[in-house]
Design a protein around this ligand. Structure first.
Ligand SMILES: *Cc1c(COP(=O)(O)O)cnc(C)c1O
Length: 845
């Protein structure tokens, strides 16, 4: 094609987009261009894009059916995808054309992009990881299905009222969700409760059947997940609970209309709302119902797909690798066993082989309070057949342990699926470890701790079963979509390859000493900061100097993440300025953001502490604006798009040994922030990659924390021996930040003085000193900018593309499956696409 032809076909495509908008406004939204609301226009543009994705999706499905390749099934109770429109436009390479087509229609694409509500179907890191992995699976051309729950209400919206967190319900589906398609004909039934029965099968062998007390239907909603500039489109399949269509109308006949409707509502409560507790196990029955519901639907779905092109389930594991994202889906172990034995009539040994070769388990946490363990009575009441299977798995497993470690009763009780130390519980991590072919940690240090401590018994029992796959994040969303200025600067300097080969960012290293590149780099950061300063001024009437250092901690609010250590530093600076107004403190904006679990007393009080300290310091004339503090409400993916690109200093200050990996740390660094952090989670590897000289390290390491705690840690000793620390704590306790109220922060202060479980006091001095070095370095703009460039340049390892390739090689044994475009999209004869000859309806995965 010559240049003119190219231009003509581009013009034609723009025309088609404009026709698509008009068509969707009229026929789908049912309004005229005059009466359409902005949301109508958003939906029309989104649907126009979705139609183009559907074409690729149908191609991907057909390609898979022709030549079956292994499919990765990522089972996760959470997928924190973030808004889709902008990301899909970038991945499909259609941003510019949509930009022009909307402009020529009189619309503003940016405005429409901002309008999109994000599906808040996750709490934080774990759910966001699942979303990054979906992006990388598609971009690496690995066939995959994300299986999860379509919560009607996702993560609550956070407002700050009078300095406190207020939770509002998240009605994300209210404006309409243009990305999902309901697949009613692929619904699955899921049982709950009831009892089991023994019967004799065809060949006289003993079999069990489960007679559930109630049945609920799972209906899948599919959201296409396009890879970056490839034809592969994968799918995120989320299950929604409905009453079975065949449900008992006897109630109607007896006139109990409300009784019948009540059952329907009860059924739908299962997928009503996401539990908002991050890293905190609650033990609620409805939560186990949610877990079993989506796991059962997903396994039934996989079996249906497999049986479409296979005679039996003997080699299910050749077609599927099912990754369990934490223990939330670990009831998959007994459920797959039940489906194989009770429904598909396999004997135990073969069923067990298939199960173990299909499932893989990712451990995400070392926090004891996060470990899932269900009370036996609750579990039995809901899943009686599964408890029988678990007992049998456990008996056989414990025999194995006895043979390998004769006479080791302690080991048996530690490794048993059933916790019998008091009231009995089902330990889901043990179940997942036994029932899967591989266990993985999420950062080198975390995996090491799993092997040495948390899962030491398993490491001894099955050497090599515990593997490491360090987490990663997708550079599409976390650079290309969210930081267009930096993207342009990098592309102009080294080309575009880095977007799918993040290690190519190394080419920036040589530019770190180039003055004009450094200036351009600094300018990008400053413009990103200026945008946010304008926003904060408009919304909060807080004046921000874009030259000030933006020092940011955004993540879930949790004591182990130590947002309050950050506050201790801020108050230390405040005290220093108050004591010596002429002191040289370079201007800083401290930004916090994050949600607290609604029932987490201390975390909510930490938010109140941050906002109260902000109130006093922001308005103290003695400070002369050198310190400003801002709490961004409702931290979510959309806010993340703004925050990571604006940051100079990334706070990753968890107590060593507590943060399994962290992924926020990676997003910051990729966008040129320097990190102040402890040797925890992926910080360790980030520091290795960017170089110790480009990372601000402080604090005890994990072994030091452990030995300090073993020797009887006394926070009071630190308080008594460090004047500045004492002043800070006394100032909080005095009511200085709470209008004289000495009770408000007493629980926080007392817990620090008397327990300080996360050793803030032990790390305080080193943290303050390290922050001083940070401040000095920031004043040397050239030096800082150079370090910033080197951080970005050396973050290649932390692309989720690398993580996915690690999983593919170390765990899943899958290969890329590039999809070719074979099926026409555009109707020449009024048909939507040319139907392939073997297009069986039930073939659709
Ligand atoms: C990345 C991300 C997280 C995880 O942050 P950490 O600092 O790793 O805890 C949480 N929430 C959102 C919205 C994110 O984008």
């Amino acid at each position: 094609m010559d240049l003119k032809q190219k231009e003509d076909s581009r013009k034609e495509r723009i025309q088609k987009l404009k026709r698509g908008f008009a068509y969707n406004i009229f026929y789908r939204q049912g309004v005229t261009q005059k009466t359409a609301s902005l949301n109508d226009y958003y939906l029309a543009v989104a649907h126009t894009l979705r139609d183009r994705m559907q074409h690729l999706f149908v191609n991907s499905v057909q390609a898979l059916l022709e030549k079956d390749s292994k499919i990765v099934c990522y089972l996760s109770a959470e997928f924190l995808t973030g808004p889709h429109l902008h990301n899909n436009l970038v991945n499909l390479g259609l941003y510019e054309e949509f930009e022009q087509a909307t402009r020529e229609t009189g619309l503003n694409l940016k405005e429409l992009i901002d309008l999109e509500e994000e599906p808040g179907l996750g709490n934080g890191g774990l759910g966001r990881l699942a979303a990054c992995y979906l992006d990388s699976l598609a971009s690496q051309q690995i066939p995959a299905i994300g299986y999860g729950i379509r919560y009607e209400y996702g993560m609550f919206d956070q407002e700050i009222a009078d300095g406190w967190q207020k939770e509002l319900s998240d009605c994300w589906l209210h404006p309409g969700n243009p990305w999902e398609i309901k697949k009613a004909d692929m619904a699955c039934d899921v049982g709950f409760g009831g009892h089991t029965e023994i019967y004799h099968g065809e060949h006289g062998n003993r079999r069990t059947r489960w007679i559930p007390a109630r049945v609920i239907t799972g209906v899948p909603y599919d959201t296409p997940i396009p890879g970056y500039k490839v034809n592969n489109v994968n799918v995120l399949r989320l299950w929604s609970a409905e009453a079975p269509t065949s449900f008992d109308f006897a109630d109607f006949n007896t006139g109990d209309y409300y009784g019948a409707v009540k059952d329907k509502i009860m059924a739908e409560t299962i997928t009503k709302v996401l539990y908002p507790n991050d890293e905190q196990f609650q033990g609620k029955k409805l939560r186990l119902e949610q877990q079993f519901f989506f796991v059962s639907c997903s396994l039934q779905d996989m079996i249906r797909i497999h049986l479409h092109s296979n005679e039996s389930l003997d080699d299910l594991y050749d077609d599927f690798a099912a990754q369990l994202n934490d223990t939330h889906p670990s009831v998959a172990v007994p459920e797959l066993m039940r489906l194989l034995m009770d429904v598909h009539l396999y004997e135990w040994d073969k069923a067990w082989e298939i199960t173990k070769k299909t499932l893989c388990y990712t451990n995400h946490t070392l926090l004891p309070e996060a470990m899932e363990k269900w009370q036996i009575e609750l579990f039995e009441d809901l899943l009686p057949r599964h408890l029988e299977i678990i007992y049998e798995i456990n008996n056989r497993f414990l025999d194995e342990v006895r043979i390998k470690f004769p006479g080791d009763a302690d080991r048996l009780s530690r490794m048993s699926i059933i916790d019998e130390s008091g009231p009995r519980y089902v330990r889901m991590a043990n179940l997942a470890c036994i029932g899967s072919k591989a266990i993985n940690g999420v950062a080198a240090m975390h995996t090491d701790l799993l092997r040495r401590h948390t899962l030491a018994d398993w490491n001894t029992m099955y050497p090599g079963k515990i593997r490491n796959v360090t987490n990663g994040v997708t550079p599409r969303r976390w650079i290309a979509v969210s930081n267009p200025r930096l993207t342009k600067l990098i592309c102009d300097a080294i080309g575009e390859q880095w977007i799918t080969r993040l290690d190519k960012l190394r080419d920036l290293e040589k530019l770190a000493d180039d003055t004009s590149f450094r200036d351009a780099w600094y300018k990008v950061k400053k413009e990103n900061k200026q945008d946010v300063a304008n926003l904060i001024l408009k919304k909060e009437h807080l004046q921000i100097d874009p030259e000030a250092m933006f020092d940011v901690q955004v993540k879930r609010i949790h004591e182990y993440k130590r947002q309050h250590l950050n506050v201790l530093h801020i108050i230390t600076l405040y005290n220093r300025i108050k004591a010596n107004p002429a002191i040289d403190v370079p201007p800083r904006l401290f930004v916090f953001g994050g949600k607290a679990a609604p029932g987490y007393f201390m975390a909510k009080r930490m938010i109140k502490l941050i906002t109260s300290v902000a109130q006093i310091i922001n308005n103290d004339p003695d400070i002369h604006g050198r310190i400003k503090i801002f709490f961004i409400p409702n931290y979510n993916v959309k806010i993340g798009h703004i925050v990571y690109p604006m940051t100079d200093l990334s706070e990753q200050i968890s107590q060593a040994g507590m943060e399994a990996s962290g992924t926020g740390n990676m997003k910051f660094s990729m966008n040129g922030a320097l990190t102040i952090g402890t040797l925890d989670g992926a910080n360790v590897e980030i520091r290795e990659e960017v170089g110790a000289e480009n990372f601000f390290l402080f604090g005890l390491n994990v072994d030091e924390v452990m030995s300090l705690q073993a020797s009887g840690y006394s926070p009071m000793d630190y308080y008594n021996s460090n004047d500045e620390l004492k002043q800070v704590i006394d100032l909080i306790a005095s009511g200085h930040f709470s209008g004289g109220d000495q009770e408000l922060f007493r629980p926080l202060v007392d817990s620090l003085l008397h327990e300080d479980k996360y050793t803030l006091f032990a790390d305080y001095k080193d943290y303050i000193n390290c922050q001083e070095r940070v401040g000095q370095t920031y004043q040397d703009r050239d030096c800082w900018t150079r370090m910033s460039i080197l951080n970005t340049a050396r973050m290649g390892k932390f692309s989720s593309d690398r993580s996915i390739m690690d999983y593919s090689r170390k765990i899943w044994d899958v290969k890329a499956f590039p999809v070719e475009l074979k099926w026409e999209r555009l109707p020449k004869d009024g048909v939507l696409f040319t139907p392939p000859t073997n297009n069986k309806k039930e073939a659709q995965p």
